[in-house]
Design a protein around this ligand. Structure first.
Ligand SMILES: Cc1cc2nc3c(=O)[nH]c(=O)nc-3n(C[C@H](O)[C@H](O)[C@H](O)COP(=O)(O)OP(=O)(O)OC[C@H]3O[C@@H](n4cnc5c(N)ncnc54)[C@H](O)[C@@H]3O)c2cc1C
Length: 474
C-alpha cells in the first residue's frame, strides 16, 4: 500500500505526492501534528490556523474520493515507528519541504527508518534538490514550472483502522479559534483560486507602484503568500495561469513584475535549502562579529510597536493584527531593528516570523539577512522611518486609523515623531544610529578579506544577473 504524508502542501490539485501516491488506489493520507514543531523557530498559532483551514477543505475534497486526512499526533520519528509496525512493506510519498532546523532533524530521523527504494520524494517548488548549480538554476526552474499540472488524485479503496485521529476530532480538540486571529487570512484552495482570479482580472492594476504603500498594497498585491507557503496553490499553477493571461492583460507591466517575484520565491528558498546553517549564521561569516549583544528591552518595544515612531509602530501593529504587511514595510521594520537598534538578527528574526501568516523560512531568513546588511553581496540599505512615513502615508490618515490616540495631532508632528507626552518616547536617535551603522558596515566591507569571501558567497547564492554582481563588487 501507499502512505502519503502531507506537510506544507495542503492542496488536492497539482500535488505530486497525492497524485502519484494514490495511483494504485490502496492509500492513506496522514498529517503529522507535532506540538513542538509549532513552537519551533518562527512558527505560531496564526500559521497553524491557516494550515487547519487548508486541511479542512482538502479533507472534504478527499472524502469525495473515499479518502480523508488522518492525523498523527506526535513527532515524525514516532510516526516512522508506527508505519514500520503497521505497514512494513508500504511505499511512502511526500513532497519536499524546506523548513527550520527542528523540521529538518525530524524529517531526517523519519526518512532514516525506511529503505531508499520505498521512499518517493517529489518537488514542491522550483528548487534544485539534487544537483545544485547556480548557473543552471533559472533554466531548471523554468523546466519545473512548465511541466503539466497534475490533476485530482485517484479514489481510495483503503479501509484499515489505524490508531490515528480523524481531522474532525483533531480540529475540535485544537481549539485555536480566538478573537486575536480574526484579521488573519483564511486558508484553502478555493480562496487561493479566487485571489488569483481577482488579481489577474482587476487588482493587479497599478500593482508595481501600489505595492510600496501599505494601504494600497493590501488589495493591489496578490496576497497569495500564505497560500504558497502552506501549499493551497502550487507556484506552477500560478505561473501557468499567469502565462495564459499575460498576453491579453491590460496590466502587462504589473504582471511582469509579479512574474519576477515568483522566481524570487524559489531563488530565496533555494538559499536555505543549499545552506541550512543560514538559519543561525550570517551569509558572510565576518558579519556575525558586528552585533554581538542583545538588548531584550529594546527588542520587546520594537516587536510590540512601541518605538515612538508612529508610522513604524502602525506598520508593526497592522502586521500583528493582519498577519501580513507589504514588502517595503517588512524591510523597514527589519532595517530598524538591525541598523538603528543594532540588535542581532538571529534574535529578532524568529519574533518577526511568528507574526507572518506566510512565514516561509527560506525567504524570511534571506530577506532578514539582506535587510541587516550581513549577506556581503547586497548593498546595505537603511530605511529612514521619517521618509517612509512621508512617502507612504503623506496625510498620516492610515497611521491615525491604527493609532487612534494620534487622531487630532498635526500631520507634520506625526511624520517627525515629535509627540512629547502624547506618545511613546523615541527609543533611539534614528539619524545618529543610522550614521553609526552605515560607517561600521562600510568599514567592514572595505576589508580585502571581506571582499574575497563575498565573492565566494556570490558564486554560491547570487543571482546571475549582471547588475547584482556589479553592484556588489564594483
Ligand atoms: C524581512 C522580510 C521578511 C519576509 N518574509 C517573508 C516570508 O516569510 N514569506 C514570504 O512569502 N515572503 C516574505 N517576504 C517577502 C515579501 O514581503 C512577501 O512575499 C510579500 O509581501 C507577500 O505578499 P503577496 O503574496 O501579496 O506578494 P506579491 O507581491 O503578490 O508577490 C507574489 C509572490 O511572490 C513571492 N515574493 C514576493 N516578493 C518576494 C520577495 N521579495 N522575495 C521572495 N519572494 C517574493 C511571494 O511568494 C509572493 O506571494 C519577506 C520580506 C522581508 C523584507
Amino acid at each position: 500500500m501507499d502512505v502519503i504524508i502531507l506537510q506544507r502542501d495542503l492542496r488536492l490539485m497539482d500535488n505530486p505526492a497525492l497524485f502519484y501516491g494514490s495511483k494504485k488506489g490502496n492509500y492513506c493520507v496522514i498529517y503529522v501534528y507535532d506540538k513542538n514543531y509549532w513552537q519551533s523557530y518562527g512558527r505560531s498559532s496564526r500559521q497553524l490556523k491557516f494550515a487547519v483551514d487548508c486541511m479542512k477543505e482538502l479533507n472534504e475534497n478527499l472524502k469525495k474520493l473515499d479518502s480523508k486526512i488522518l492525523i498523527f499526533k506526535g513527532s515524525f520519528e514516532k510516526l516512522g515507528v508506527l508505519l514500520k509496525k503497521e505497514f512494513p512493506c508500504s511505499k511512502i510519498h511526500l513532497n519536499h519541504c524546506t523548513d527550520n532546523l527542528y523540521h529538518r532533524k525530524e524529517i531526517k530521523k523519519f526518512l532514516s527508518k525506511f529503505e531508499n527504494n520505498t521512499l518517493n520524494i517529489y518537488d514542491n517548488f522550483g528548487l534544485q534538490l539534487h544537483k545544485f548549480n547556480r548557473d543552471n538554476w533559472s533554466r531548471d526552474w523554468n523546466a519545473i514550472m512548465s511541466k503539466p499540472i497534475l490533476g485530482s488524485p485517484s479514489n481510495s479503496t483503503f479501509n484499515k483502522e489505524l490508531p490515528l485521529l480523524s481531522f474532525e476530532d483533531f480540529e475540535q480538540n485544537l481549539n485555536i479559534e480566538n478573537s486575536a486571529l480574526r484579521g488573519i487570512q483564511k486558508g484553502g484552495e478555493k480562496l487561493a483560486s479566487d485571489l488569483l482570479d481577482s488579481f489577474f482580472e482587476y487588482r493587479a492594476d497599478g500593482y508595481s507602484k501600489k505595492m510600496s504603500c501599505p494601504k494600497e498594497a493590501e488589495t493591489a498585491c496578490s496576497r497569495l503568500s500564505p497560500h504558497i507557503a502552506f501549499g493551497s496553490i502550487s507556484i506552477r499553477k500560478i505561473y501557468q495561469e499567469l502565462n495564459n493571461v499575460l498576453f491579453l492583460s491590460p496590466y502587462k507591466r504589473d504582471l511582469y513584475s509579479f512574474k519576477k517575484r515568483l522566481h524570487w520565491h524559489c531563488h530565496f528558498v533555494q538559499k536555505l535549502e543549499t545552506e541550512p546553517e543560514l538559519e543561525f549564521r550570517s551569509m558572510h561569516p565576518f558579519c556575525d562579529e558586528l552585533r554581538t549583544e542583545e538588548d531584550s528591552e529594546l527588542i520587546e518595544r520594537w516587536i510590540k510597536g512601541q518605538t515612538g515612531f508612529p508610522f513604524l509602530d502602525a506598520c508593526i501593529s497592522y502586521l500583528n493584527s493582519n498577519g501580513w504587511i507589504n514588502f517595503r514595510m517588512r524591510a523597514m521594520i527589519m532595517s530598524f531593528a538591525s541598523y538603528n537598534l543594532w540588535q542581532p538578527w538571529q534574535k529578532t528574526s524568529p519574533l518577526l516570523a511568528e507574526l507572518f501568516t506566510d512565514f516561509e523560512p527560506g525567504i524570511h531568513i534571506s530577506q532578514v539577512q539582506m535587510q541587516s546588511g550581513v549577506t556581503g553581496i547586497n548593498l546595505p540599505r537603511i530605511y529612514s522611518v521619517f521618509k517612509q512615513s512621508l512617502d507612504q502615508d503623506p496625510t498620516a490618515e492610515w497611521t491615525k486609523k491604527i493609532i487612534p490616540q494620534l487622531k487630532n495631532v498635526e500631520t507634520d508632528l506625526i511624520h517627525n515623531a515629535e509627540l512629547r507626552d502624547l506618545y511613546f518616547e523615541q527609543i533611539v536617535d534614528p539619524k545618529l544610529s543610522a550614521k553609526k551603522a552605515r560607517d561600521t558596515i562600510w568599514a567592514m566591507r572595505k576589508n580585502k578579506d571581506f571582499k574575497k569571501i563575498a565573492r565566494e558567497v556570490y558564486l554560491k547564492h547570487g543571482s546571475r544577473k549582471k547588475q547584482q554582481f556589479n553592484r556588489a563588487f564594483n
